[in-house]
Design a binder for this molecule. Structure first.
Ligand SMILES: Cc1cc2nc3c(=O)[nH]c(=O)nc-3n(C[C@H](O)[C@H](O)[C@H](O)COP(=O)(O)OP(=O)(O)OC[C@H]3O[C@@H](n4cnc5c(N)ncnc54)[C@H](O)[C@@H]3O)c2cc1C
Length: 419
């Protein structure tokens, strides 16, 4: 429940200026609320800076699915595999891993898939509407999501994830090596087939896209303050946000601090299983080849895409806690995958990056009123899908604070679902 408007301070403070925070800020401001966003960094410098740019209206396959556990040991023993758990972190990670596997049971995944889809649906057109009056709208390109396979027999639409998509009418097609080559002329001849997800979009610069949303929010009067939030305190007439050097007040708070959100909620009795699923990217400047779509190398589980600055390849799930230093070797491993995909690519000017996906075991975020804490709203935990799910998350937050009631059932995203 929201707290009453006092008129003494901003209606809402949003903690976090990632893509979720800025999308919420813009949509709240468009509804006439006064909004302040507090972040220790400029907008979209966290996970929202370096993602793969996939804007999918069709995300409906959770990370944990039945039978996944059979593939995990092989990934774990491969030092260049897509999953990596730092030894010192293994014991802390185990409870989350067990919950993750439990979330992948057959009786759970359909409900999760529907809840994911509800947040992702129409995301390309939502972004275009948000940025319709700005030139940065051109950062959103129509795209197909190409899942490229080296072995044609593995491109099978009866496999679990593809079946889940088919059941939800996701527009798919299976194509041969020749048709793949027509779409992506620079791809290696070793790729024998591909499954395409149609009617998607991709961002040519996810950080610039988020910053454009922030700029538009500013034009609507949203104030951005660069400060580190230390604690949130509920008061009789609103909220106190304690920051490093000064305090701020608002009627209501939206917590959109990505993976850091859980620690700010701890004093309210919430011990949330929110993991930093650390992903890496490698950006190759002057690559000498071109990619026309979002391109998933199914074998290496990484996504390559043409960005404004060059070719970016992104992936990896490294579990090492939030604050551990980046291990950039994990980004440079992608050079091999890129050479596999595009034998002619130039990887001489390659820059690594690491970001923390805020991930819950059930692949769903927390969105909406925080149960038992009046005036506090959750907007965090979007894991692998935050770029795609940001516009709808922002709309839900605006609905929660201004009405009408959201047209999406918020039960799957409740913050107290882990209690
Ligand atoms: C390698 C990789 C590839 C990805 N690819 C895709 C993709 O293709 N498509 C897709 O949809 N999603 C993708 N994602 C996921 C997506 O990037 C994230 O889900 C999304 O960026 C999360 O946004 P956020 O705003 O919640 O978090 P963030 O962007 O991390 O923002 C949180 C902000 O909160 C601030 N903050 C935290 N604590 C405090 C505090 N105490 N005081 C002040 N400020 C604070 C941080 O500084 C940060 O700016 C990918 C992620 C990664 C890492």
């Amino acid at each position: 429940m929201s707290k009453a408007k006092t008129g003494k301070h901003p209606d809402t403070i949003i903690i976090g200026a990632g893509i979720i925070g800025v999308s919420s800020a813009l949509q709240l401001a468009e509804r006439g609320l006064s909004v302040t966003v507090i972040d220790r960094q400029p907008p979209c410098e966290g996970a929202s800076f370096g993602n793969a740019g996939v804007i999918s209206p069709w995300s409906c396959v959770p990370q944990s699915v039945p039978g996944l556990w059979r593939r995990i040991p092989k990934w774990l023993i491969d030092p260049e595999g897509p999953i990596f758990i730092r030894k010192r972190y293994a014991a802390s990670f185990l409870p989350w891993a067990l919950r993750f596997l439990a979330a992948g049971k057959a009786d759970k995944v359909d409900g999760i898939g529907d809840a994911m889809m509800a947040l992702s649906r129409n995301s390309p057109s939502h972004y275009r509407a948000l940025l319709s009056d700005r030139t940065e709208v051109e950062l959103i390109q129509d795209s197909v999501y190409v899942f490229a396979y080296k072995h044609a027999e593995q491109a099978n639409l009866d496999h679990f994830g593809w079946k889940m998509r088919r059941q939800r009418d996701v527009p798919l097609s299976l194509i041969s090596a020749g048709a793949l080559k027509e779409r992506e002329p620079d791809i290696s001849d070793a790729y024998q087939a591909a499954i395409l997800i149609h009617e998607q979009a991709r961002a040519l610069n996810p950080s610039a896209l988020g910053k454009a949303v922030a700029e538009k929010a500013k034009a609507h009067g949203v104030q951005f303050i660069q400060a580190e939030t230390k604690a949130l305190k509920s008061e009789a007439d609103g909220w106190l946000v304690e920051c490093q050097d000064s305090d701020f007040r608002a009627d209501n708070i939206v917590l959109a601090a990505g993976v850091w959100s859980a620690s700010l909620l701890r004093p309210f009795g919430y011990k949330l299983p929110l993991e930093a699923e650390r992903g890496y990217h490698l950006l190759c400047r002057n690559p000498g080849v071109t990619i026309h779509n979002s391109l998933m190398d199914v074998e290496h589980m990484c996504v390559a895409s043409q960005m404004q600055a060059g070719i970016r390849i992104a992936g990896t799930a490294e579990f090492a806690g939030i604050e551990a230093d980046a291990d950039n070797r994990r980004a440079f491993i992608f050079k091999k995958a890129l050479k596999n995909l595009f034998p002619a690519i130039n990887t001489e000017q390659a820059e690594p990056w690491m970001g923390r996906r805020p991930t819950f075991p059930d692949s769903l975020p927390c969105i909406g009123p925080v149960d038992g804490v009046d005036g506090l709203f959750a907007a965090f935990g979007h894991g692998h899908f935050g770029l795609s799910q940001a516009p709808t998350t922002g709309r839900i937050i605006a609905d929660c604070l201004t009405g009408p009631a959201p047209d999406i059932d918020l039960t799957p995203y409740r913050t107290d679902r882990f209690k």
